[in-house]
Ligand binder design. Structure first.
Ligand code: F6R
Length: 236
């Protein structure tokens, strides 16, 4: 594991964007696994800046997002599809049809989960997976549990996750209680993993996940077993 402790959020974002752009430059048709949330916003901003300068070309990139809230569609400002369009996809030259986010409004959610895994398999798996980490140690929306769930599945969000994410929704009651998330197998099969985290509040869970026992009670702890993981942390 490579662990980079940097001083500022901006530095974390720049270093993460560096690794993502290196991936795209080396393999223009990369399959990028992407995350939402506050942490990667700076990374996406940096990538957009470099794209505008002509330094990165996303025209052949395929992206696969980790998760989506059940019940929210692309027009809902709190959906992860909306987040990705506004914070990245609409500002770079990625082909929209090549961007995959689970469909939280699918009529048959079980079927959507199966289709999502099938698609990842057909694409040949993820080259680089960008991850954030939740305060309870979740990655994607794989919440603490008795087991590591392998495949894309529907989850009941933890109280702490609902509370943390209510900052975007205005009230706790408006936060969806369920989400659809990629499972541990697709994440762990990614060739490279890039985990970013910032803020004093994430320090304890990050330490537990990376240096404590591997347990499904701290889903991110399984990342210790990945052969090519880079972690970038900034206390800011
Ligand atoms: C979002 C995701 C989540 C977040 C985590 C941290 O797609 O997969 O696991 O990475 O909840 O969120 P922030 O960055 O908002 O602290």
């Amino acid at each position: 594991m490579k662990f980079l402790n940097v001083d500022t959020y901006q530095e974390m974002s720049r270093q993460a964007a560096n690794l993502i752009s290196a991936q795209v430059i080396m393999k223009p048709d990369s399959i990028l696994g992407l995350a939402t949330g506050s942490t990667p916003i700076g990374t996406y901003k940096q990538l957009i800046e470099w794209y505008k300068k002509g330094d990165i070309d996303f025209s052949k990139v395929i992206s696969i997002n980790l998760d989506e809230y059940v019940g929210l569609d692309a027009n809902n400002i709190n959906s992860y599809r909306y987040f990705m369009d506004k914070n990245l996809f609409d500002k770079i030259n990625i082909v929209k049809e090549n961007t995959f986010v689970p469909l939280g409004t699918a009529e048959n959610l079980e079927e959507e989960c199966k289709k999502y895994d099938e698609n990842i398999k057909q694409l040949g798996g993820i080259d680089l997976q960008l991850l954030g980490i939740g305060l309870d140690g979740h990655i994607g929306f794989n919440e603490p549990s008795e087991v590591f769930t392998k495949n894309t599945h529907i989850v009941d969000l933890d109280k702490s996750t609902i509370e943390a994410n209510s900052r975007f929704f205005g009230s706790i009651d408006s936060v969806p209680k369920k989400a659809i998330t990629m499972g541990m197998a697709s994440i762990m099969r990614a060739k490279k993993i890039l985990l970013i985290a910032n803020g004093k509040g994430k320090k304890e869970i990050l330490n537990k996940a990376l240096f404590g026992p591997i347990t499904p009670q701290i889903p991110a702890s399984i990342l210790q077993l990945h052969p090519d993981i880079t972690v970038i942390y900034s206390e800011e």
